[in-house]
Design a binder for this molecule. Structure first.
Ligand code: SAM
Length: 197
């Protein structure tokens, strides 16, 4: 199946499923297509090679991230729901992108400490109530000159207030709120300035 056809199928599945399911853990809660396109452009424009995604669901957003990577690029994606982990795995195989993806199964709080630093690009789309608690670790993993993108920055602005305030307090982080999809917060980690002596 072509990637485009798989993305279209997943978009329809997401709409149908999330409409029918009342239980939140059974919803896919996928990003919008325009967010996928936006992420794809950002990955290419920043020449990202190592990507971390927090919140795989069934892998819709992961497919956008991975299909934009150059040869040798890799996505690490974190998810703690076993049914979604299995569905994502099947979708990665169908897209023939599985060799570029490592699925990290479990809770983000436990898994971040196992990752190596210098990640080029982070996409954050999981449990917003945890973002403040993991902020220091996440930005520690991001390389200088790297970009973190946080979904739902407009749709769930109130839930992100403390996380946003923490970011605003960091002198090395620059932000821009982009009105694409559910609102994408872009956070750039500045490069350290070198003293010229
Ligand atoms: C909004 S959905 C992700 C949607 C996905 N990015 C997409 O667009 O296709 C959020 C996902 O984060 C997962 N999640 C929530 N809290 C988590 C945690 N503490 N550790 C790992 N995964 C978590 C949920 O199970 C859910 O599948």
């Amino acid at each position: 199946m072509s990637l485009e056809q798989l993305l279209k199928n997943l978009e329809q599945l997401g709409l149908d499923n999330d409409d029918a399911q009342s239980e939140r853990s059974k919803k896919y809660l996928n990003i919008t297509r325009d967010t996928g396109e936006f992420l794809a452009v950002l990955i290419k424009a920043t020449d990202a090679k190592t990507v971390l995604e927090v919140g795989t669901s069934n892998g819709y957003s992961t497919l956008w991230l991975t299909s934009s990577l150059p040869d040798g690029g890799h996505v690490f994606t974190i998810e703690n729901n076993s049914r979604k982990i299995d569905e994502a795995s099947e979708n990665f195989r169908k897209a023939e992108l599985d060799s570029k993806i490592t699925q990290l199964d479990g809770d983000v709080v436990d898994l971040l400490s196992k990752l190596s630093p210098n990640i080029d690009f982070i996409f954050l789309d999981a449990d917003r109530s945890q973002y403040l608690a993991i902020a220091k670790q996440l930005f520690g993993l991001l390389k200088e000159g790297g970009l973190l993108v946080c979904d739902n920055a407009v749709s769930h602005k109130e839930e992100l207030e403390e996380f946003n305030a923490w970011i605003a307090d960091q002198s090395n982080l620059s932000t821009s709120l982009v009105p694409v999809g559910k609102g994408e917060l872009l956070v750039y980690k500045d490069r350290s300035t070198r003293s010229l002596s």
